[in-house]
Design a protein around this ligand. Structure first.
Ligand SMILES: *[C@@H]1O[C@H](CO)[C@@H](O)[C@H](O)[C@H]1NC(C)=O
Length: 233
């Protein structure tokens, strides 16, 4: 039987070198650690849970998370983590994981694809634009074509490997891991998008993310925080 440890092992020994070339990832990790080391204050941790075919999650990506993320991710102000799971369920029977999703099998496929991309690229700085692109796609093949083949956000992200990952037990395992995390930190989730700000659920963050994030910073520090851009009421 697979344990979580061996799942992580598969991810780090199989996916990462295939997608990246180990060196590039090591360089990137060193860069991120350096950046974190230089930050005077810890970042605002925004961890959120959603579903690939949920219109509310899609709106959240487009109207709230991405504008804030685009404006501020290069600073050390925010640390965004996404989990494609929500009101899904994964069970392991005779060693085989089967998942069911609120919006049916197509949603599970797309959640798994997002989970594969998150696992392969590891850092939100790398995976967010791709996961956002895949969010709400009407078909698996358009997610692959529009968000990897034609988008080419990273030349080293391979569409065939991502397809195999998403359509295999590896994708199911990765999605299940997001479910484990959800059970751990958002066990009472009954709605998506479900947003944790510094570990606590914030309903206000569902429609006032910018206000909340900017409220943590000195008012004049970030250009983005001085404007009303991205405020949606
Ligand atoms: C970023 O968020 C993730 C998930 O919540 C957490 O594991 C990680 O420690 C955070 N990084 C920092 C620098 O706080």
């Amino acid at each position: 039987m697979m344990t979580r440890l061996s799942v992580q092992l598969i991810v780090s020994t199989v996916i990462v070198p295939l997608v990246f070339g180990q060196n590039l990832l090591e360089i990137y990790k060193a860069m991120m650690n350096d950046q974190a080391g230089r930050a005077k204050t810890p970042p605002i941790n925004i961890e959120f849970f959603g579903e690939s075919l949920c219109p509310d999650t899609t709106r959240y990506f487009r109207n709230h998370i991405m504008p804030v993320w685009n404006a501020l991710h290069a600073s050390t102000l925010i640390n965004v983590t996404y989990h494609p799971f929500g009101l899904a369920e994964c069970r392991r029977n005779d060693g085989v994981i089967r998942c069911t999703c609120q919006h049916g099998p197509a949603e599970c496929q797309l959640n798994m694809l997002q989970a594969c991309v998150i696992s392969a690229l590891e850092f939100p700085q790398l995976y967010m634009p791709i996961v956002n692109c895949m969010q709400g796609k009407s078909s698996f093949s358009s997610a692959i074509d529009d968000c990897i083949v034609n988008f080419r956000p990273r030349p080293d992200l391979d569409e065939n490997f991502m397809t195999r990952c998403a359509q295999s037990q590896l994708g199911a395992k990765l999605m299940m891991q997001h479910g484990y995390r959800q059970r751990e930190v958002a066990s009472d989730l009954d709605w998506v998008p479900w947003i944790l700000v510094n570990g606590r659920r914030s309903q206000a963050a569902e429609n006032q993310l910018k206000t909340i994030v900017c409220g943590f910073s000195e008012p004049s520090r970030y250009e983005y925080c001085k404007t009303t851009e991205g405020l949606i009421f």
